[in-house]
Ligand binder design. Structure first.
Ligand SMILES: O=C(O)CCC(=O)C(=O)O
Length: 271
């Protein structure tokens, strides 16, 4: 079992749980190397706008890259790793798919946060505990550099959302700020929060950049009903009778390649 009883209970009762040291220092170094490559190859996009939801900002930066599975064999392998599938099985039950994979990168000094929202405002599943995000701290994530924040017990409530004027596609909401909890994590730590949990990140006011990888997992009982943002994507079944280790969706077996991918990336291999 990857997660303790206390972590699973906290997720089910309050909508989130933090897991320090989920990934090893080697795994972190490989993820950091891929983030560097995404930057070097110009793959990341600034989604920040000037306050009208449209005009690209010249001063604010919120770099996003989505999806990741088609750009990195390392990141494609990550959600198939047994510690990930084991933890997600404990939290949302089985079977489940990988719904989304993406990266948010906040440059030093002028990186802005992603405003408060509930993922279920996008996806509208019946039971908000049947989907979870796994937010991975690729670098140490602190209050000063704008780590992920969640609102305690917010999955029990639905907040009205509208377009975030400081993003070219996100939505946002007002939350009871007095229940907001910052989750500080060393690199390699993760936060799981269910689709109903309101969350945000804040500005990076430090002189070091900070990246987070966000994977979303969805129980198959909700797949038909979910408002999937890109139905054509062929999100892989990770656990359950339809799981093929990625072969059906990606044409190659991906399950079991995570450790080999770490070595390949750390030896300087590129996709
Ligand atoms: O890292 C961020 O800025 C936002 C993350 C997020 O909204 C998510 O993981 O769903």
């Amino acid at each position: 079992m990857s997660l303790s009883h206390a972590q699973v209970t906290h997720f089910k009762n309050h909508g989130y749980t933090a897991v320090p040291d989920f990934f090893t220092p080697c795994e972190v170094r490989a993820m950091q190397a891929e983030v560097e490559r995404f930057k070097r190859e110009g793959l990341v996009r600034n989604v920040a706008t000037e306050g009208d939801g449209k005009t690209p900002s010249t001063t604010k930066v919120n770099l996003q890259l989505i999806p990741l599975y088609d750009k990195s064999d390392l990141i494609r392998a990550l959600p198939f790793d047994e510690k990930v599938t084991g933890a997600v099985s404990q939290l949302i039950g089985t079977p489940f798919i990988l719904h989304l994979d993406q990266m948010f990168l906040k440059p030093a000094g002028h990186g802005i946060g992603t405003d408060w929202h509930q993922d279920n405002a996008y996806f509208k599943i019946d039971d908000p505990l049947k989907g979870t995000a796994m937010w991975v701290a690729v670098h140490d994530a602190t209050i000063e550099n704008g780590t992920i924040h969640v609102v305690h017990d917010s999955f029990k409530e639905e907040y009205p959302h509208d377009r975030d004027p400081y993003s070219d596609h996100h939505i946002h909401c007002q939350v009871p700020e007095e229940r907001a909890v910052p989750i500080e994590l060393k690199a390699g730590g993760v936060a799981f929060f269910c689709y109903g949990t309101a969350h945000s990140t804040k500005a990076n006011t430090t002189d070091c950049e900070r990246a987070g990888l966000a994977f979303h997992f969805l129980h198959t009982a909700c797949v038909e009903r979910a408002n999937l943002i890109a139905a054509r994507r062929g999100q892989p079944f990770l656990v359950g009778p339809e799981a093929t280790g990625g072969k059906a969706e990606y044409g190659v077996r991906v399950a079991g390649t995570w450790e080999r991918e770490i070595e390949r990336v750390l030896e300087g291999g590129t996709n």
